[in-house]
Write a protein that binds this ligand. Structure first.
Ligand code: ADP
Ligand code: MG
Length: 359
């Protein structure tokens, strides 16, 4: 075919559009786990169980005890750009849910065998939708939703070739759950692989997500990252002097920053969140790193879990389909907040004491 030859412009078939979108959202099994966890948390789940087989390539099953999906909405949930989370541009600008693009389930359904099994509070049994055939039949389950994803990338073998070993894919899946667990101590998480329990983080009782009470949060940090993470870190508390319209600080930063001695060779314990969403962001990484400028030398990587709370109107989360990146309206403001927050923590008397304690 002559590439210069003029060919007619055509709409792509729906299925292909979804598969192209899936290329952006779903890189590997862990991407599916992340999307399904986002959905479970958006549905108000208090317990989420992830069951995997062959590193998630053969099977990903995510079960939650959230609000469920009514029977008539099951097929809609699989449609592209169908969401219950926003309805207008105003909603988008103040979005508080993890999801809002209405893309994930449609994308996953186009590259895997998927089924949705769900029950809402007002029905006496569950319904199951087969993603391939669209068939809906009665099923049984307590309130909540189970999403089953089998044979990921069966339709896109090129993608499948890029997958690593089952062990590596499993590790990425566990990472995805860990990132959610670190910001939701009020939710219990369990991960099973080939029928064996691999990780379990119990809900820290009484921990209200909005209260962010540090003891509960510390408990979760210790459960997920190890007791030494908490022992060798200092609590971070910072509020900008600028205020939102409702009087709350424009930027708040809290969490824990590791003492310099806790630094590691790899940057594998650096967790940053913006409004409850795990992000990988140059501004935040740079700000945290610069707080260690004078106390950490060479290539050693600080450890931290930092939670930034900012007026949603000051950020744009709609930058990338996976929402792992955010755009700050005023990135200097955020950089300073994170840097000061971390520096203040490192300069606190306890940080000095912790340093002096070291043999
Ligand atoms: P988004 O999360 O961006 O809305 P998704 O494709 O991930 O898009 O999900 C589509 C819709 O399906 C959601 O808006 C929600 O109404 C429903 N849904 C998906 N997963 C769950 C779940 N675990 N519990 C309840 N509802 C769900
Ligand atoms: Mg979603």
């Amino acid at each position: 075919q002559d590439p210069a030859a003029r060919r007619p412009i055509r709409d792509l078939p729906d299925e292909l559009i979804s598969q192209i979108a899936a290329g952006e959202v779903v890189e590997r099994p862990a991407s599916v786990v992340r999307e399904l966890l986002d959905n479970a948390l958006d549905a108000g789940a208090t317990q989420v169980t992830v069951r995997l087989s062959a590193g998630g390539v053969r099977l990903i099953l995510v079960e939650d005890d959230g609000l469920g999906i009514p029977r008539e909405d099951l097929p809609v949930a699989l449609r592209r750009h169908a969401t219950s989370k926003i309805a207008s541009l105003q909603d988008l600008e103040a979005v508080g849910t993890m999801g809002f693009r209405g893309e994930a389930l449609a994308a996953i359904n186009s590259i895997a065998d998927m089924s949705l099994l769900s029950r809402t509070l007002d029905t006496d049994h569950a319904w199951q939708l087969d993603g391939r055939t669209g068939e809906i039949k009665p099923a049984s389950r307590a309130r909540g939703t189970s999403v089953e994803v089998r044979e990921l990338f069966y339709a896109t073998p090129a993608r499948r070739k890029f997958l690593k070993t089952d062990a590596t894919e499993l590790a990425h899946c566990i990472d995805a759950v860990r990132r959610h667990a670190l910001v939701r101590p009020d939710v219990g998480f369990a991960i099973w692989h080939e029928g064996k329990l691999v990780e379990q983080w119990r809900a820290c009782s009484g921990a209200l997500a909005s209260a962010h009470s540090l003891p509960h949060h510390d408990q979760r940090l210790a459960d997920v990252l190890g007791a030494e993470f908490v022992e060798q870190s200092i609590a971070v508390h910072y509020e900008s002097s600028a205020r939102r319209a409702d009087g709350r600080p424009a930027v708040r930063v809290w969490g824990r920053a590791g003492i310099p001695d806790a630094a590691r060779a790899r940057a594998d314990q650096q967790f940053a969140y913006v409004n409850g969403r795990y992000v990988r962001d140059k501004v935040l990484t740079h700000a945290a790193r610069s707080a260690y400028e004078d106390v950490l030398h060479g290539q050693r990587q600080p450890v931290y879990a930092l939670y930034v709370e900012i007026d949603p109107a000051r950020i744009d989360v709609n930058v990338h389909p996976t929402k792992i990146e955010v755009r700050f309206r005023d990135s200097r403001e955020v950089h300073q907040a994170v840097r000061h927050a971390t520096e203040d923590a490192l300069a606190a008397p306890r940080a000095g004491a912790a340093l002096a304690d070291k043999p």
